[in-house]
Design a protein around this ligand. Sequence first.
Ligand SMILES: Nc1nc2c(ncn2[C@@H]2O[C@H](COP(=O)(O)OP(=O)(O)OP(=O)(O)O)[C@@H](O)[C@H]2O)c(=O)[nH]1
Ligand SMILES: [Mg+2]
Length: 196
Amino acid sequence: MIISAKFVTSLKKFDKDFSSNISEVVFLGRSNVGKSSLINSLCKQKNLAKSSSTPGKTQLINFFEVLCEKDKEKFNIHFIDLPGFGYAKVSKNVKEEWNIYLDEFLKLRTSIKLFIHLIDSRHTSLELDQYLDNYLKGFLRPDQKIIKVFTKCDKLNQSEKTKLKNNFKEAILVSNLNKIGFEELESEIIKQVLGL
Ligand SMILES: Nc1nc2c(ncn2[C@@H]2O[C@H](COP(=O)(O)OP(=O)(O)OP(=O)(O)O)[C@@H](O)[C@H]2O)c(=O)[nH]1
Ligand SMILES: [Mg+2]
């Protein structure tokens, strides 16, 4: 389980001088999908990661140190909150720069053990998410894994939830509003970072 969490630093791009010997978990997905909110919910803190109803809130690579416990052993991991993909309101140059920086960061940062791909439960087959899935699989190492997490599931009715689970067998559904799915996700995260 997660015991506590604190902000460490923000980076604009990959920085070899800020390396890590602890496992890292990256949260990524479209702008406004709920990345920062999910980090707050998992860490049981309201404003650890800044969230906003305006897409494009997170603009840097933000690191959080998260203290976990399993079988009475305590250990630290990093959660990494990224800027959202596909945010149209920034100028093209800024957007291209972000993508180059993020691309480099995701590929060079060897301490990343888990990619958590957040997808809006209401829109599960967007081109951008398919692109992101293929993109991650294109450089995924054997010691890394991708977990698909479907956000804002409070917006779905029961039959829509059932349909989603049928379409994505390993889907984890979460809602920050109704406090759903956190325990399942937390145990998946800990399993992966410990290599279980
Ligand atoms: N209904 C509902 N709304 C949510 C949920 N999670 C987040 N939101 C809302 O979605 C909006 C975006 O949340 P953020 O966590 O800032 O999203 P983000 O993915 O970090 O966005 P960027 O930083 O722009 O990439 C906010 O208005 C949240 O309140 C949820 O589980 N249910
Ligand atoms: Mg954010």
